[in-house]
Ligand binder design. Structure first.
Ligand SMILES: Cc1cc2nc3c(=O)[nH]c(=O)nc-3n(C[C@H](O)[C@H](O)[C@H](O)COP(=O)(O)OP(=O)(O)OC[C@H]3O[C@@H](n4cnc5c(N)ncnc54)[C@H](O)[C@@H]3O)c2cc1C
Length: 329
């Protein structure tokens, strides 16, 4: 049976996120966005009420919930401010390489301490010369005795300048092409790790997006997530799994746009009537509502497939594409 009605706990979680967004995010959104200010105070409160690290198992300090619940939270937070909302939810992205490939020991060492406070992780793949073309990255992790030595510059990293932990992708064997890519857990306080340029973005300005630089960073071999050469498959699965909540964040933005447009259409009067009484305006608002409903259902469907462990890559891509196009329109 197909059933998209929310259970009691899911409804309560959505209500919690909605109230939190209205109380803690909405009043600060314009200011933080204008200043491109990292929302540390909001993160602290979000952590207190349990809105961070939804997909991390409870034994490691997370909420032990699924991608579906992450979508519910993401939509609500991003309807108030997509920058602050994504800053709160983005640990889901950065910690997915751990959920996919970390041992119990690595989860204890890296993930549990992170989840115990309002701390952030960041996913580091993109480099100045390598965006879509992941195989063009230049970061390397050279094995030297019982350590890897990491070198590379990562760019456009969400929460990059404020994270405590990085999941970093680098070549352990460049000769092997994408099969020579590996994933690593890199604490931000290791010698050789530094933060570079802060991106002065056009949108989502309240989330810190920065360059992160790794210079001769020594990592014990236990820092590697998964086997050598598994980095590309870990990365692709990480991207695919996270498309559902990113789609939901776009649904939040689109929903807010509809709310604001409807309010304005009802307020604004021309020819002695509210412009919302004109059918041309009603058609526009109806099209927005149709696309938002469709985008939400696509994101929920993709999230359900992720939570069921079912094949989800095309559904996740469709959801992210449709929802982000809807938000941009
Ligand atoms: C706000 C923001 C936050 C980000 N956060 C992170 C993060 O936390 N961690 C991280 O690692 N990265 C992050 N990124 C980087 C993001 O993943 C890259 O922007 C993405 O990989 C695309 O790379 P690019 O911007 O260099 O575009 P390019 O790869 O240069 O692409 C430019 C254009 O060419 C098109 N194109 C490229 N290849 C093809 C192809 N084969 N066929 C057809 N068209 C193609 C693209 O669709 C695009 O329109 C972030 C980016 C932004 C903007």
């Amino acid at each position: 049976m197909i059933d998209f009605s929310l259970g009691e706990e899911q409804s309560a979680l959505r209500e919690l996120a909605r109230e939190f967004a209205q109380r803690e995010i909405a009043p600060r959104a314009a200011d933080y966005d204008r200043q491109s200010k990292h929302p540390a105070d909001v993160l602290e409160k979000a952590h207190q009420v349990g809105l961070m690290n939804m997909v991390v198992p409870e034994e490691y300090g997370g909420a032990g919930l699924g991608m579906f619940e992450t979508c519910l939270v993401s939509e609500e937070l991003c309807a108030a401010c997509s920058g602050i909302g994504v800053a709160i939810v983005a640990n889901t992205l950065a910690l997915t390489p751990f959920l996919l490939a970390a041992s119990a020991g690595q989860m204890e060492t890296h993930v549990r301490p992170l989840c115990e406070g309002p701390h952030l992780a960041a996913l580091c793949m993109t480099e100045p010369q390598a965006g879509s073309d992941v195989g063009a990255i230049r970061a390397t992790a050279r094995l030297s005795g019982d350590r890897y030595v990491l070198n590379g510059t990562k760019t456009l990293i969400d929460n990059g300048g404020v994270a405590r932990l990085y999941s970093v992708f680098a070549f352990t064997d460049q000769e092997q092409g994408l099969r020579g890519l590996s994933a690593f857990a890199v604490p931000a306080d290791l010698p050789g790790v530094s933060v570079g340029k802060h991106e002065d973005k056009m949108g989502q300005r309240a989330i810190n997006t920065s360059e992160v630089i790794f210079q001769e960073v020594e990592l014990p071999v236990e820092s590697r997530l998964g086997a050598e050469g598994e980095g590309f498959s870990i990365f692709i699965e990480t991207l695919n799994r996270n498309k559902a909540w990113i789609a939901a964040s776009a649904v939040g933005v689109a929903r807010r746009a509809l709310q604001e447009a409807t309010r304005y259409a009802q307020e604004r009067e021309q020819f002695g009537r509210s412009i919302s009484s004109f059918q041309a305006i009603q058609f526009k608002l109806a099209d927005m509502a149709i696309n938002i409903e469709g985008a939400r259902l696509l994101s929920w469907h993709a999230a359900c497939l992720v939570d069921q462990g079912a094949h989800h890559a095309p559904h996740s891509a469709i959801a992210k594409c449709f929802a982000s196009d809807t938000a941009m329109e």
